[in-house]
Design a binder for this molecule. Structure first.
Ligand code: SIN
Length: 315
């Protein structure tokens, strides 16, 4: 399915080889076990919805809106609770060759550490991606924009968890912030990857006809995904790829065809997540995007992702 006439989309990282480079962005198609299994069938890896210790209903609806350029959401971390995803991870078929990532988004640092401790004790092959960047819980700022708090959190994660892990970062917009965050991340050898980017937080979509906002929570403020975010996502992938030697970057943001997946990998992404497009198209998106990426690679004479990963030219 992932071998496209001598074009190889497989990815080797974190000590394993996955059969392709595409999987879901956390939050999309991953709250229920049926959704997670549908992703497992059609993507190269699986990541679960960001878990809190206790289940959450999330924010009031409407909390997601599709727009011509992408999406705005303020879901508010609706999820089945950590125990549900832990149970799924216990039963997951790791032999299928598709890694399982567990997204964690505790309401407190101690909650995150508690979930990490449990995962460590269980010794499961599932890999945590700690979400430092949810913009949608009213009154709770994105941790990744507080550098001191992020540094303290990573120290605590290192004590709580003994394996390799990753973090989901918010988008940064200034070289000073890229390098300040990279300095912090580089102090943590077991931090194996960063996923760039979460949505661009607290955008506002306005409907001219109704003279209204598009979603209910936070008086309409929400995280942007889709076309709006592609250049910002690529900037974050390229900058962290340069600034985090020995760590991997997972690209996330604005991928809707093989072309954007190619751009992320060219900018340095090891693997690529699909969010808004998956929400609108469903898991069939993975095979379509993979086929488009393989065709683009054939057109350019590339046989594997290593042939062009991180080789974006500058002028
Ligand atoms: C949400 O559930 O509000 C989305 C989570 C996120 O953007 O991190």
């Amino acid at each position: 399915m992932y071998e496209h006439h001598s074009t190889d989309l497989s990815v080797t990282w974190l000590g394993q080889t996955m059969p392709g480079c595409l999987y879901n962005a956390s939050g999309v198609w991953c709250r229920e076990e049926s959704e997670l299994e549908a992703v497992r069938q059609s993507a190269a890896a699986v990541i679960s919805k960001s878990a809190t210790l206790a289940p959450r209903e999330g924010n009031p609806e409407p909390r997601y809106c599709q727009t011509p350029l992408g999406s705005i959401n303020s879901m508010g971390l609706p999820n089945r609770g950590f125990a549900y995803y832990l149970d799924y991870a216990r039963r997951y078929d790791y032999l299928c060759g598709k890694p399982l990532f567990l997204s964690l988004s505790g309401m407190t640092l101690e909650d995150n550490c508690e979930m990490l401790r449990v995962l460590s004790e269980q010794g499961l092959p599932a890999i945590p991606e700690v979400n430092l960047s949810c913009p949608n819980v009213p009154g709770k700022p994105q941790l990744g924009y507080d550098f001191a708090a992020t540094a303290a959190a990573l120290d605590a994660f290192d004590r709580a968890y003994s394996g390799l892990y990753g973090v989901k970062l918010p988008p940064y917009f200034d070289p000073a912030h890229f390098s300040a965050m990279a300095d912090i991340l580089n102090r943590h050898p077991r931090l194996a990857f960063v996923t760039c980017i979460n949505s661009i937080g607290n955008g506002l979509v306005v409907d001219v006809e109704s003279e209204s906002v598009a979603i209910k929570p936070k008086d309409g403020l929400g995280g942007l995904g889709g076309d709006y975010v592609l250049p910002t996502a690529l900037a974050n992938v390229r900058e962290f790829h340069r600034l985090l030697p020995g760590k991997e970057v997972v690209g996330c943001g604005g991928v809707k065809s093989g072309r954007e997946a190619f751009m992320h990998i060219l900018a340095g992404a090891r693997a690529v997540q699909v969010g808004t497009c998956l929400y609108h198209e469903g898991p069939a998106a993975f095979a379509r995007i993979a086929a488009e990426l393989a065709q683009l690679m054939r057109d350019k004479g590339y046989r594997s992702l290593d042939d062009f990963r991180g080789k974006l030219r500058v002028l």
